[in-house]
Write a protein that binds this ligand. Structure first.
Ligand SMILES: Nc1ncnc2c1ncn2[C@@H]1O[C@H](COP(=O)(O)OP(=O)(O)OP(=O)(O)O)[C@@H](O)[C@H]1O
Ligand SMILES: [Mg+2]
Length: 475
């Protein structure tokens, strides 16, 4: 409501009121003049009657003029944007009051319409800002008249009022915009590249609007970032290339030995034994690789559905430790399980968690220094440490850490351990068998459980892999 103080209303100092009074009194005045001239009325009676008539006109006209001026001020104030006062104007004259009521009703109607429009615009902008893809509107001069949050994030905060060719300089894109602006085309779609602010491959769809919309927009440009899709495509093709390469190597070894067995080693039982042993090893490697590849794709398919069974972690860890007892013995080491707290059951996928613990313990045996025991600790913590780009469940969690002694793993190698097919050169050189997929599978499983996986390594304490699993998973 308007806070403007109301001016005391007085009759304006212009001649209109006086004019009107004089004009109304003129016919009566003329009659008095004729009556005096004809000697019918004495002059003093005529003058005093005329004066009475003028006074009567003043009394009669004043309220009307006063209200008209109030009305004028009220409507003028409103037309300049001031709002209706809390106490609406009340006038004596019925006609004036009706005019005021009509004006108030009209004002109320448009104020409400305006509120609805404003709310609509705010909600439209909020909706556009939630869209993940950039969206811009341009006017008939190619100037950006609107941009959603994604567009402002990609091209800069202050892109509004800038010419679109200053933001996107690709020739193909500008030509497409010009075709729209010249009315040569109703819509355009194209793929183009930008180098600023970062290198990107983008797809744009430019559509002319059927009417001129808010902010004089005549066309909408929607943009889709193809860079991410390209990266995913590349990752997939790299993965297929890596997997085929990993399978081709043992297959070539097996084929080579088959040929040798059929020819030069045909009658050499000693060589046959040796070669069959190697072939068995290679076949086992191939089957482990295929097993892991299948496991990866299965986990990827399940990635979006949360586990919903109650799992006893202590039982799983003990089963793994017992299962790997012999392998640990072969490597002249022992596995110790330490349960540090009262461990509750957690919501998890038992088979997947077993697979993770199995791989971490297997790694500790394979890559740890012999004669140094492997320690698995299970504890209860209040919250899982955060990690960038990971959706982690809040609340209590169980931690399982697997530690083995061994040389420190450098930071650059630590960062690559969960990459698919990554194996440290020193372990390949020592001919330690592995597919390089165990930790990437572990990571996928932990992500599905909204947990976290950390690795620490130093020369004194050795290497510790810790997995954190939430006690409760919320859908
Ligand atoms: N505890 C560890 N100590 C030292 N290096 C490790 C340890 N765990 C893993 N690594 C290194 O990380 C690499 C990747 O491990 P990952 O478990 O993913 O594959 P892998 O053990 O080679 O193969 P798989 O798990 O299929 O047997 C290993 O090849 C090894 O070089
Ligand atoms: Mg492994």
């Amino acid at each position: 409501m308007s806070n403007m103080p109301r001016k005391p209303i007085a009759i304006e100092k212009n001649m209109r009121f006086v004019d009107r009074v004089l004009l109304l009194s003129l016919p009566v005045g003329s009659i008095f003049v004729i009556l005096v001239a004809a000697g019918i009325l004495p002059a003093w009676i005529a003058v005093s009657s005329y004066a009475a008539c003028v006074v009567f006109n003043i009394i009669f006209l004043f309220p009307l003029t006063y209200e008209l001026q109030q009305l004028k001020r009220y409507i003028t104030g409103m037309s300049h944007g001031s709002e209706i006062d809390d106490q609406e104007l009340v006038l004596e004259e019925q006609d004036s009051q009706e005019i005021i009521n009509a004006v108030n009703a009209m004002h109320k109607f448009w104020s409400e319409k305006n509120d609805v429009l404003e709310a609509q615009t705010i909600s439209d902008t909020a909706v556009l800002d939630t869209l993940p893809d950039p969206l811009m509107m341009i006017d008939e001069n190619g100037v950006i008249s609107g941009a959603n949050l994604a567009a402002r994030t990609l091209f800069g905060k202050n892109i509004r009022e800038k010419s679109i060719d200053k933001i996107i300089s690709s020739n193909n894109f500008i030509e497409a915009i010009n075709r729209i602006l010249r009315d040569d085309s109703e819509s355009e779609s194209l793929i183009f590249y930008i180098s600023k602010p970062v290198d990107k491959k983008l797809y744009a769809h430019i559509k002319k609007l059927p009417y001129i919309s808010q902010g004089n927009a005549i066309a909408v440009i929607s943009i889709y970032d193809l860079t991410k899709a390209m990266k995913i495509e590349k990752m997939q093709s790299d993965f297929v290339a890596n997997a085929s390469h990993e399978l081709r190597t043992p297959l070539a070894v097996i084929s080579g030995f088959i040929e040798t067995l059929q020819t030069s080693a045909k009658n050499d039982p000693q060589a046959q034994d040796k070669f069959l042993g190697i072939m068995k090893e290679q076949a086992e490697y191939m089957s482990a690789l295929i097993e892991n590849l299948l496991s990866l794709s299965k986990i990827e398919l399940m990635q979006d559905n949360l586990p919903d069974t109650q799992v006893n972690i202590v039982k799983i860890v003990n089963e793994v430790a017992q299962g790997l007892f012999l392998k640990a013995q072969e490597h002249e080491t022992e596995i110790h399980v330490l349960i540090e707290d009262d461990i509750p059951e957690i919501t998890a996928d038992a088979q997947q968690i077993k697979q993770v613990v199995q791989n971490l313990t297997d790694n500790a045996i394979k890559y740890g220094t012999p004669h140094n025991d492997i320690v698995i600790k299970i504890g209860l913590i209040d919250s899982i440490p955060s990690a960038p780009n990971l959706k982690i469940q809040e609340g209590k969690a169980v931690s399982i850490s697997v530690t083995n002694k061994g040389p420190k793993i450098s930071d650059d190698k630590l960062a690559r351990l969960t990459e698919r097919f990554y194996r440290m050169q020193e372990h390949k050189d020592k001919n330690i068998k592995g597919t390089g997929l165990g930790l990437s599978i572990a990571k996928q499983i932990i992500v599905r459980h909204r947990g976290n996986l950390t690795v620490k390594s130093n020369a004194y304490n050795g290497t510790t892999f810790t997995i954190y699993l939430p006690q409760h998973l919320q859908q």
